[in-house]
Write a protein that binds this ligand. Structure first.
Ligand SMILES: NC(=O)c1ccc[n+]([C@@H]2O[C@H](COP(=O)([O-])OP(=O)(O)OC[C@H]3O[C@@H](n4cnc5c(N)ncnc54)[C@H](O)[C@@H]3O)[C@@H](O)[C@H]2O)c1
Length: 452
């Protein structure tokens, strides 16, 4: 027992340390599934929850629906007596620790949508019992854990909540996820994990859980520090990407190669970190999370000008790229209307199959809006499905010299490493490259290559 712990907390800590505490992971997506795997590898028993029965069935069948993480991840869970997946949320009471990894999207008016967190909190409340620790991992605005999640849990617990006090009987913490899908050099277990509790005991308990599966755990003084640190990390990226995108537009106009400029600047051994231009922001985090703070800041009478300016620049990028594409076609005597364009790369970043918020969708729609005939090729995304904003109902075309040669313009939106760019270099009539994927072929391509 440590100074900050009462009997209930100490008992839970001992159960965590002996790997007897059952961990409920709610939301088995990009964050929850690898987390469940990391904690399971550390010896903890895991009860995985999802509202999507097909995910539970896929795990049972040993098939990983998150292809980039590989099948071994799910087969190791399926074959273990310490893992079970379920859609039965009445079983939340079985878990000593519940980790919430559900989506936190934006609403229609760019307001935070924490309804998934609240729904989960209500489900937890319905089976709440003394000695449970609830950790929120979903990215959100500061104070959500304390002011939204915990009250929702306690309200749903009804009469039982009268005998349960937060910090004495029930514990709460926030621990942000820092995953970078597709990055091979880091995994859930090697990325340092911030942990901030609603009180000192909660911090210690949550840190003890993560130490089972994560090499470096960094406790901070409160849930609010952990929540804010996550937003700072993402805002930092959004702002710096916007900065380099703005540079790109200016340097393009001056006929200066922004990619070479970024690489040159990156030789400085201190005070600079390279960010690369692109066709716009994608993914579940960077285009969305900063606006959680923008919304919350208003409650305190503040505006977040850096965030909004970055948002404005980054969301203008697909328009810029399509303008450059129209210009490039024009240079070959072709109007955009009626031209055949192949967008290469639908995922929002290289070497993953995640298309959430991908700017490729925007590019496709903008080109179509101007009358172009648009197809896409993505080796990792064979077909589109209905997303938050787009439902293109398209399937990836074949990738060969004849197909490439049949388009008026190839528009590289995402540079998967498995794509053979030589085929484009040799057979494309024109290529607009937003990712510098054709650097090696710039001499042979000459005017057929345009960067945007
Ligand atoms: N993907 C990333 O790289 C990343 C990185 C850092 C943080 N985050 C944050 O983590 C959170 C989860 O993101 P994700 O990428 O894992 O999302 P995801 O969509 O991949 O996974 C969410 C899972 O939750 C399930 N779900 C939805 N509502 C549910 C409910 N009420 N109860 C139980 N399960 C429910 C969905 O079926 C899905 O399987 C978000 O807040 C996100 O911002 C994501």
């Amino acid at each position: 027992m440590t100074a900050s712990m009462n009997q209930t907390a100490s008992e839970l800590l001992a159960r965590i340390e002996r790997c007897e505490a059952k961990i409920g992971v709610v939301g088995l997506g990009y964050v929850g599934l690898p987390l469940a795997h990391a904690l399971h590898s550390g010896g903890l028993p895991i009860l995985g929850f999802d509202i999507d029965q097909s995910k539970i069935d896929a795990i049972k069948a040993g098939r990983n629906y998150l292809v980039h993480l590989g099948n071994e991840l799910v087969t190791s869970l399926r074959d273990s007596s310490r893992f079970e997946g379920t859609t039965d949320f009445s079983r939340l009471g079985e878990a000593d620790v519940i980790i919430i990894c559900v989506p936190t999207p934006l609403g229609k008016h760019w307001e935070p949508d924490i309804s998934y967190i609240i729904e989960t909190a209500k489900a937890i409340g319905r089976t709440l019992r003394k000695g449970q620790l609830v950790i929120l991992e979903s990215t959100t605005y500061p104070r959500t854990t304390r002011d939204d999640m915990m009250p929702a849990i306690m309200a749903a617990a009804g009469g039982r909540a009268r005998s349960l006090e937060i910090g004495r009987d029930i514990f709460g913490a926030f621990s942000p996820e820092r995953e970078d899908p597709g990055r091979k050099s880091h995994s859930t277990s090697t990325i340092p994990k911030l942990v901030g509790g609603l009180d000192a005991a909660s911090t210690e308990l949550a840190a003890a859980v993560y130490r089972k599966g994560v090499t470096t755990v960094v406790p901070v003084s409160s849930a609010e520090v952990a929540e804010s640190a996550k937003l700072l990390e993402n805002i930092f990226r959004a702002v710096n990407i916007a900065l380099v995108n703005e540079m790109k537009v200016v340097l393009d106009a001056m006929d200066i190669d922004v990619w070479e400029v970024v690489r040159a600047a990156a030789t400085k051994p201190f005070g600079y970190m390279p960010f690369y231009p692109g066709p716009g922001l994608g993914g579940h985090c960077i285009p969305i999370d900063p606006f959680y703070l923008t919304w919350k800041a208003r409650e305190y009478g503040h505006s977040t000008r850096f965030i909004e300016l970055a948002g404005e620049i980054n969301t203008s990028m697909p328009h810029y790229v399509v303008d450059r594409t129209a210009e490039a076609l024009n240079g070959q005597g072709k109007p955009m209307k009626g031209s055949k364009i192949l967008v290469v790369g639908l995922a929002y970043k290289a070497d993953i199959d995640d298309v959430r918020e991908s700017p490729s969708f925007e590019l496709i729609e903008l080109c179509k809006h101007r009358g172009a005939v648009v197809d896409y090729y993505d080796p990792l995304v064979p077909a589109t499905w209905a997303g938050r904003k787009h439902d293109l109902k398209m399937t990836s075309v074949a990738y060969d010299a004849k197909t490439i040669a049949s388009y008026d313009c190839i528009l590289i939106s995402t540079a998967h490493s498995s794509v053979d760019y030589r085929t484009i270099a040799e057979h494309a009539k024109l290529c607009v490259d937003t990712r510098d994927a054709l650097r090696a072929f710039e001499k042979t391509m000459g005017a057929r290559l345009v960067r945007a």
